[in-house]
Design a protein around this ligand. Sequence first.
Ligand code: NAD
Ligand code: MG
Length: 380
Amino acid sequence: MKRILLLGSTGSIGTQALDVIRKHPDLFKVVGLAAYSNGELLARQANEFRPSMIALTKGIHDLKDMVKYPCEVITGEDAAVRLVESCDADIVLNAIVGVAGLLPTISTIKGGTTLALANKESMVTAGEIIVNLTREKGVDILPVDSEHSAIFQCLQKKGAQKEIRKIILTASGGPFRDYSCDMLKDVTAEQALKHPTWSMGKKITVDSATLMNKGFEVIEAHWFFGVKYRDIEVVIHPESIVHSMVEFVDGAVLAQMGVPDMRLPIQYALSYPERIEGLTERLNLYGLSLTFREPDTRTFRCLKLAYDAAIAGGTYPAVLNAANEICVELFLKGMIKFLDIPLLIEKALDGHKPIYNPTIEDIIYVDSQTRDAVKKMVVN
Ligand code: NAD
Ligand code: MG
């Protein structure tokens, strides 16, 4: 029985993780749940899965009354980190959205617990620190993002990582994949939130529409698999059946395929190294055609900005992420246009004085400075 601590339990990944756990009560036990502000759903989840501790960052004060069994309730700004520090688990699944997931990631690794990581923003902002810390602590870190899970599944042979020539990340291209720059001028949040193949949280859905999500995944792949940026390629694959590929030094290309359903990569991270009965619909190859093409980075500039920030290194990726978080928030509120997103991020990157070999404190400082700077750009 693996004891699972789930951070971000009320979100898209969080609720799907609970679907997986619900299917395998003999294999997984929830020992802790954390959410941001949806206390009602958190209480319902707690009453069903009966973890010994739950954490809520903001919101309702009668949470304790809503939980119908003896359970420790942690609240406040750092509730998720305190939960990680005080709850014994075999795996922490970090499905928090945004840089808010960074400190819980660090606490998990420092505590020596296996980390199943959905929160890609941790890797984007602090990849080097995370990789070094996992080595120092001897902690396993398992990818949940479907592309990275696919690559991880293609690398199961011992020493396979050394034989990689190239990583090929597939991207659906999002709802605007066939749009020109001109057509993108007036697209709305509502349109951006209609993802053609995946159903996900709002932030990542907008990131998929701008291709920033793929840019983040390039950075995530670099840190997860130790592959140089020039050897990580993005390919548009509208059907979302091939979840990513690895080309090896002998020219062989391995792919992991399946219908698009996050419950598979979530489950693989929890059941690893075993494979167990899944919830996912089976892939029917008859009549299926798979297509691949080059991304248009002149129209979808966020992907290029991400490569540039990644190669520049230091605190540039933290700026990329912070500026993007604010831009997505403002776009969802209708306060900026879709094409303002890359413009504002570029401005933030251009104006940044980088710190190389940053500490976590440096990254958090740069994150908060960048947020303020981007907000100011919009007001002025
Ligand atoms: P979501 O918005 O649906 O859910 C986010 C969760 O994080 C919620 O439970 C929310 O309560 C919690 N949260 C937010 N801030 C918090 C804080 N400060 N403390 C504690 N909890 C907090 O987001 P999502 O789509 O589930 O994505 C979660 C992460 O997984 C993101 O990093 C995303 O990029 C990644 N991811 C998601 C998918 C997907 O299919 N949804 C796929 C791949 C990767
Ligand atoms: Mg992904």
